[in-house]
Design a protein around this ligand. Structure first.
Ligand code: NDP
Length: 329
């Protein structure tokens, strides 16, 4: 029987307000993209979610297509939730998304009202939930009017199947337009989920400025560059690492000498700050006040712990920041 750590809320500074909303999110959130599929160890998945909640990590991020196979992460999460966490449902922020391919035919991906609302119903069914906390349009659809996609998110909120609307992977101009439409519909955009890490700085400065102006929070995904911004690959490619065993999105070829040359230097700087490289990489994305949360993935509970400990040192001196810029240049 799981019983959460009673001290999990003893550090209120680990929560940050999401844009101009009433919702606060933990500085570190846990994503279930990898390691929660049908073939992954259930015990390990459960241990990661429970350890996260023990630490005060209240936010778990999913999408319709996380697995493999598609939908499996929601099914795994449902099993954990209903076995261990249901009593604490009101303490959890559960998100899901729709946008990528889910089922055949013209209604199984992108941004139509038909797809988004059907997919949300399917996600709720898989998770055995009445509502999710955040429902996202996972990617912009160049062929569907933005009004329709945002209208579907607004409908999800109005129907009570989602509490808040979010967007992911939207460029600055699309984000500005989406923000206006959602505000006019009375269901303001809570959050944007873009990719952001020391190795991928596309959100700077325009998207972050747009989010700040519109009062939208952000949760940045792959802040560890899928594991490259950790000590994982310093001694070769471990068989149990993402590049070692799950090559769908990170291949051994991605672990280049050029990347390693940078990450080794960053690692030295992290050590001088009394942090692991992963912790410094997370603190670095969180240096922007408009980045509400860093959305990590993990393959074991000890990684969740290591990442969470980033919250102990979020400050950077001007000199450290310029050293990082130099290494990354
Ligand atoms: P990260 O950049 O955090 O990479 C996670 C990987 O880094 C882990 O699987 C692990 O690799 C390694 N790692 C994590 N912590 C440590 C540590 N302390 N020490 C050493 N290695 C560590 O994020 P992800 O790419 O996994 O993405 C995170 C989440 O973002 C996803 O689960 C999903 O929720 C969301 N996401 C959203 C997208 C979108 O389009 N909106 C797209 C992609 C992700 P290993 O497995 O090798 O141990």
């Amino acid at each position: 029987m799981y019983s959460p750590d009673p001290t999990r809320y003893d550090a209120p500074q680990i929560y940050r307000r999401c844009g101009r909303s009433g919702l606060r999110l933990p500085l570190i959130s846990l994503g279930l993209w990898h390691n929660f599929g049908a073939q992954d160890s259930y015990d390990n998945a459960r241990a990661m979610v429970c350890r996260a909640f023990d630490l005060g990590i209240t936010h778990f991020d999913l999408a319709n297509n996380y697995g493999p196979p598609d939908g499996a992460a929601e099914t795994t999460f449902a099993r954990i939730l209903h076995a261990d966490l249901l009593k604490w449902r009101d303490e959890l922020i559960i998100s899901t998304k729709a946008g990528y391919y889910m089922w055949p035919g013209p209604y199984g991906e992108w941004g139509s009202r038909k797809y988004l609302l059907s997919s949300l119903d399917q996600s709720l069914k898989r998770m055995r939930l009445d509502y999710v906390d955040i429902f996202y349009s996972h990617r912009p659809d160049p062929d569907t009017p933005l009004e329709e996609t945002m209208g579907a998110l607004a409908q999800a909120v109005r129907s009570g199947k989602a509490l808040y609307a979010g967007i992911s992977n939207y460029k600055p101009a699309e984000t500005g337009r989406a923000a206006i439409i959602l505000r006019e519909l009375g269901t303001p955009c809570l959050i944007h989920q873009p990719r952001y890490s020391m190795l991928d700085r596309w959100v700077e400065p325009e998207l972050l400025a747009t989010l700040e102006r519109e009062g939208i929070g952000s949760i940045v995904f792959s802040p560890l560059a899928k594991g490259l911004l950790t000590d994982r690959y310093f001694k070769g490619i471990p068989a149990d690492s993402r590049a070692g065993h799950d090559r769908r999105f990170l291949r051994p070829d991605d672990v280049t000498d050029a990347v390693l040359a940078k990450t080794r230097q960053l690692n030295n700087l992290a050590l001088s700050r009394g942090q692991t490289l992963a912790q410094m990489a997370l603190a670095w994305v969180l240096r922007h006040p408009c980045v509400t949360s860093a959305l990590i993935g993990a393959s074991r509970p000890s990684q969740v712990e290591d990442c969470f400990a980033a919250t102990k040192n979020l400050k950077f001196s001007t000199e450290e920041l310029s050293q990082i810029d130099k290494i990354l240049a």
